[in-house]
Design a protein around this ligand. Structure first.
Ligand SMILES: Nc1ncnc2c1ncn2[C@@H]1O[C@H](COP(=O)(O)OP(=O)(O)OP(=O)(O)O)[C@@H](O)[C@H]1O
Ligand SMILES: [Mg+2]
Length: 234
């Protein structure tokens, strides 16, 4: 499909992010323009410190822009207060991180259903059944009652992916999701993300690993606070 026909989810215009003041001032995003369309599997690459996580965090409402506009589903969201932003985050975003961030005192199903607990719409039995569904989808249905510490790294990341999916988010945000995994396990996680993207899920992912760019439908390379978009294989 041509990009022009696809739904625009996000549009950043003249986006800047400046950390610090005076001598310590550090411009990390320098007038970035970026449009994200439904169905994109967008990968962000670039050297350490080039601003990949900063860009992801501003898109995911974990951090705010210094200047510039942010349009989300057609609405200007650059000036929203923290409550409104966290509502949007909970409703529309699913996050996956390098270090999984599972809660060890909860079992696997309890971790997966956390976003539903915050959402407050489903009862306990419905939440468990949703957990089971998404653990099945990520390929570890037998781990429902397991302790997180008894899982391999790849299994833990699958739990984190199930947790990111359970709210049926519009966008998946993944910052180095394979960074803590060996390459074979990482490829398994990438295949899963690719399958989710084929089913229509929009994914934004940060990686250091050039070998993973093959999974993307779009690649942007960050450098000195801005980026260039490259052709992508996917
Ligand atoms: N909260 C913060 N306060 C001040 N400076 C910050 C903050 N977060 C990031 N920075 C600075 O912004 C720059 C970009 O950081 P960022 O984490 O976005 O890089 P990155 O591309 O994700 O790097 P890596 O590949 O190492 O994860 C760095 O110079 C960093 O020191
Ligand atoms: Mg980073």
């Amino acid at each position: 499909m041509e990009a022009a026909e696809r739904k625009k989810l996000i549009e950043l215009t003249g986006a800047t992010k400046i950390f610090g003041k005076g001598e310590l001032e550090n411009t990390v995003l320098n007038g970035v323009n970026l449009t994200i369309y439904e169905g994109d599997f967008l990968m962000i690459v670039g050297k350490s410190g080039s601003g990949k996580t900063t860009l992801m965090n501003t898109i995911g409402f974990l951090d705010r822009l210094t200047t510039g506009t942010y349009s989300f589903l057609g609405d200007d969201v650059s000036q929203l207060n923290e409550n409104k932003k966290s509502d949007i985050r909970n409703q529309y975003f699913g996050f996956i991180f390098q270090q999984f961030f599972l809660i060890d005192s909860l079992n696997v199903a309890q971790n997966v259903e956390l976003p539903l607990v915050y959402g407050g719409k489903l009862n306990k039995r419905e939440r468990l059944s949703a957990s089971e569904k998404y653990l099945g989808l990520v390929g570890i249905p037998e781990k429902v009652k397991a302790k997180t510490k008894e899982l391999s790294g790849g299994q833990q990341q699958r739990v984190a992916i199930a947790r990111a999916l359970i709210n049926e988010p519009l966008l998946i945000m993944a910052d180095e999701p394979t960074g803590a995994l060996d390459s074979e396990t990482g490829n398994g996680v990438m295949e899963l993300l690719k399958e989710l993207n084929k089913q229509g899920k929009t994914i934004i992912m940060v990686t250091h690993d050039e070998d993973l760019l093959q999974y993307a439908t779009r690649v942007i390379r960050m450098h000195d606070g801005s980026f260039v978009e490259e052709g992508a294989a996917g």
